[in-house]
Write a protein that binds this ligand. Structure first.
Ligand SMILES: Cc1ncc(COP(=O)(O)O)c(C=O)c1O
Length: 384
């Protein structure tokens, strides 16, 4: 089954009624007499904190989209990341990540360091620095984002994965921004892919969810999910199943809209700089072109305006179409002020070095008519 088809039919559901859609199993319990029944992956199906058929249907789609052998769905992207890291790491282990990443992920890694004695090393997000750090610190695990949040740096994932594997590290890639449409980290040798399904996977800003995709059924990670209790709930799984069916057309159109918006902003007199990997001016355009296939670059871009916090706040309050809010990847266009949201846990000295400054705005371009998005930006920029 090709991936475009797998997004719609990869749940593999069939039942005695001929329904092509998995039902929502709103139950906490399943009958058990003696040994528990087994789900299709051979795990116990007896209690919904452990396994649920609706959640399972969504997991099967995610495993095929990410070229994995199995997937586990969680009740948020952070539940996926925290459960996976508690499972992989113990006191004394080194976790290598980048200075720029989703703020709550970095905050959680700091907590792992402070409370559980994991040694967290953060490299500057360029390929050379990360590869050098891998060689120097010999990490137990390497955690990377395919596009960093919010300046959209794209590192040479195959080169880093190779270095990490040579050093014997487990590689985890957060593929939330790029989605399996742009890149399949597991096919490049990564061990786990994580998603905030809240974003492009579900796609409608109406559900919070997360996923870990692995090469094979990971029974121990399944047990950690059951112990920590972060499984996705059945109605949320239904929304994710419904959303992921249109992942391909949504992401393609959002990427095209984002490119048009990036090109518009790049020419605007009130805009200092546009950060979009699809623009030849972006630091990592060549790497992104090679890794993502040269056609689509995702629906998120960031830009710097001529002005500071007061002008940003004026701009955000002038929008009539665009919603000022955190998050990304949904059908609504959203403008985010990173220093007050996703990037706020990044220490100020790192923000400065990374270019996460007070004139920076992140835009997740949605599915509205692109002319309405551009007109809204033009009107708001005129107000600053
Ligand atoms: C790249 C990335 N990873 C993980 C997360 C966390 O996901 P969630 O909000 O679903 O817990 C986010 C949230 O914004 C994110 O942007």
């Amino acid at each position: 089954m090709r991936r475009r088809t797998a997004a719609i039919r990869g749940h593999g559901w069939s039942d005695q009624f001929g329904s092509p859609l998995p039902p929502v199993y709103l139950t906490a319990i399943f009958e058990q007499i003696g040994e528990a029944r087994k789900s299709d992956r051979g795990m116990d199906l007896k209690y919904a904190r452990e396994e649920n058929p609706t959640v399972r249907a969504f997991e099967r789609i995610m495993a095929s989209l990410e070229s994995g052998g199995d997937a586990l769905a969680f009740n948020s992207g952070m539940a996926s990341i925290s459960t996976l890291s508690v499972y992989l790491l113990k006191a004394g282990d080194v976790l290598l990540t980048t200075k720029e990443a989703y703020g709550t992920t970095l905050k959680w890694f700091s907590a792992l360091g402070e409370k559980f004695d994991v040694k967290v090393v953060k490299a500057y997000p360029d390929t050379e620095s990360v590869v050098e750090a891998v060689k120097a610190v010999k990490p137990k695990a390497v955690f990377l984002e395919t596009m960093t949040n919010p300046t959209l740096k794209v590192l040479d994932l195959p080169a880093i994965i190779k270095a990490a594997k040579d050093a014997g590290a487990v590689v985890v890639v957060d593929n939330t921004f790029a989605t399996p449409i742009l890149i399949n980290p597991l096919a490049l040798g990564a061990d786990y892919v994580v998603h905030s399904a809240t974003k492009y996977i579900a796609g409608h800003n109406d559900v919070v969810g997360g996923v870990v995709v692995s090469k094979d059924v990971d029974r121990d990670l399944w047990t950690y999910r059951a112990m920590l209790g972060g499984i996705m709930q059945p109605f949320e799984a239904f929304l994710c199943l419904r959303g992921v069916k249109t992942l391909f057309p949504r992401f393609e159109m959002q990427s095209r809209n984002a490119k048009a918006v990036a090109e518009f902003l790049a020419e605007h007199s009130k805009v200092k700089e546009v950060l979009y990997p699809g623009l030849p001016t972006h630091r990592d355009h060549e790497v992104a072109k090679r890794l993502f296939g040269g056609e689509l670059y995702g629906g998120v871009l960031s830009f710097r305006i001529r002005g500071g916090r007061a002008e940003v706040e004026r701009l955000l309050s002038s929008f009539k179409v665009i919603t000022p809010s955190p998050s990304l990847g949904g059908v609504e266009t959203i403008a985010t002020y990173p220093i007050l949201s996703a990037a706020s846990p990044i220490p100020p000295e790192d923000r400065e070095e990374l270019g996460i400054t007070e004139d920076l705005i992140r835009l997740s371009v949605g599915l509205e008519d692109v002319d309405d998005i551009i007109e809204d930006l033009d009107r708001a920029l005129a107000s600053i």
